[in-house]
Each structure stands twice: as structure tokens, then as C-alpha cells.
Design a protein around this ligand. Structure first.
Ligand SMILES: [Fe+2]
Ligand SMILES: [Fe+2]
Length: 264
């Protein structure tokens, strides 16, 4: 079985942060189209995960337009695509709008396939506050969903566990903006269950932490300019995952690519 993750696409304005054009946003749409082609013509995954931050927020009408653009490009995939919502979607777009655009009843859900249960969580950033959380009803739902003999793989936009952000361009001074505040509740909910692997985006780098034997893998943004130049090329990163009942192999492509092989 195979799936791919593409995250932090950031369709929208090109602007500097701390003097660097760190998100190479002018490349976003083209790279997304190339990704769709590669998936359809060569990798041929069973599904694709869009990991959130599909837009770079500007204002309500532009964000709606850019969000629809991203959805239109991804709709050309020959396989299902499952969408996570990132913080950049939540700045101007409402939850009601996002549900309608995605045709989702809820922004968290699960998909069962063969021996696996894939769980997609909504790590909500509560603008204008800086708090990121899984809300109570979602945790209650999760508690039921982890009650299964299937092997569980979880996806979220923000990290579900605390991470060390030292050296991260975006969050080195603000680790609290990268992971959910109620991570202890999350860890209690999945304790002793069949969770094998967790993926998230948001931090715009490749990193892994292991908590209670579970690998939490942060994957790189499609458009991150890691070249060290003020204006440089995008990482062109996305993640290819192949799995069987015993092993998962993970390859994050592009600049600064990473490979992992994990026993599950
Ligand atoms: Fe992002
Ligand atoms: Fe984000």
C-alpha cells in the first residue's frame, strides 16, 4: 500500500520574513501541478494527504480564491485526497466555509483500508489567541476510534507532542506555536492502543521524535526556501510512504530529503 503527503503549499503572496523570502510561494501552483502528474504517472498512491496550510493568508476573498485553486489542482489526482486544515487557512476562512469547500461534515475523520486505520485530526489554532488544541468532542471521538485491532496511522497539521524547535527558522523562539496545548490528554487517549506512526507538517522542516515508542514525523513544506539565499528555490518537498504489515518506508523528497524505515 502507498500514500503521499503534500503539505504547507502556501499558495499566495510572496513576502519576506526576517528579511528572507523563506516561502517560495510563486512556485506553489506549478509544483503542485507537477506533484499531481508524478502521482498519476509514476508513484500511483492509494491516496494523498494534503497536510494543511494550502494557502498563504492574505484576506478573505483572495484566500477563498487560492483555496479553490489548490483544490482544483488536487482534484486532477487519480486517487482520493484527504485534507487537513492548517493555521493559515484559519486566519480568514471560517470552519463553515472550509467544510463546504471540502464537502466534509467534520474536519476530523478516519479512513479504514485493509489492516490500517488512518486518522485525520484537526489541530485547531484559535485565532486571535495563540492556542492550538484538539477540542473535547474530537478527543472523545478519538478515544472510540483508537479502539481497534487495526494498525493506526495519524495525520495532523501541528505536532501532537512537544517538539524542540531550536534552529527552526519560524519557531525557534516560539515552540508553543507548533504543538497542541492538550498533548497530555492526547497521549492518554492513545496510550496502550495500536498507534504506529504519526505525521505532521507546519514546522517547515524534516524531523522525527519518538514518544512512548511511537514515531512522530514532521515533514517539510513544498515551498520552503532552505538555500540560505534571500530569494532561493523551493525545497519541492513532498513525502512518499510505502507500507506493509511490518514496515513503513518513508521518503521526503526534494532539498534536504530524508528517508526512514520504521518497523510497525
Ligand atoms: Fe506552513
Ligand atoms: Fe502551519
Amino acid at each position: 500500500m502507498k500514500f503521499a503527503i503534500i503539505n504547507d503549499i502556501h499558495i499566495g503572496d510572496y513576502r519576506p520574513h526576517k528579511g528572507i523570502y523563506r516561502k517560495a510561494t510563486p512556485h506553489a501552483e506549478k509544483l503542485l501541478r507537477n506533484f499531481v502528474q508524478k502521482m498519476n504517472n509514476s508513484f500511483m498512491p492509494d491516496f494523498v494527504v494534503q497536510g494543511g496550510d494550502m494557502v498563504e493568508e492574505i484576506n478573505l476573498s483572495v484566500d477563498k480564491k487560492n483555496y479553490k485553486k489548490g483544490l482544483a489542482i488536487l482534484s486532477k489526482l487519480n486517487c482520493p485526497v484527504y485534507h487537513l486544515v492548517g493555521n493559515h487557512e484559519l486566519k480568514y476562512l471560517s470552519i463553515k466555509y472550509l467544510k463546504e469547500a471540502l464537502k466534509y461534515k467534520k474536519l476530523y475523520f478516519n479512513v479504514d483500508c485493509k489492516n490500517f486505520r488512518f486518522i485525520f485530526l484537526f489541530t485547531k489554532r484559535f485565532y486571535p489567541s495563540k492556542e492550538i488544541k484538539l477540542d473535547f468532542s474530537q478527543l472523545k471521538w478519538l478515544k472510540k476510534k483508537v479502539n481497534t485491532d487495526k494498525k493506526i496511522i495519524i495525520f495532523s497539521h501541528h505536532s501532537l507532542v512537544p517538539v524542540n524547535t531550536r534552529g527552526n527558522f519560524w519557531f525557534s523562539g516560539r515552540p508553543d506555536l507548533t504543538f497542541i496545548k492538550n498533548h497530555s490528554q492526547f497521549l492518554n487517549t492513545i496510550a496502550g492502543k495500536n498507534v504506529k506512526l504519526v505525521f505532521n507538517g507546519h514546522l517547515h522542516w524534516n524531523k522525527r521524535v519518538v514518544v512512548n515508542g511511537i514515531h512522530y514525523i514532521t515533514v517539510q513544506s513544498l515551498v520552503e526556501n532552505t538555500s540560505g539565499k534571500i530569494e532561493g528555490p523551493p525545497a519541492n518537498a513532498f513525502t512518499l510512504v510505502s507500507l506493509n504489515d511490518n514496515f513503513v518506508s518513508i521518503k521526503t523528497t526534494g532539498r534536504g530529503s530524508k528517508d526512514y524505515k520504521i518497523k510497525i
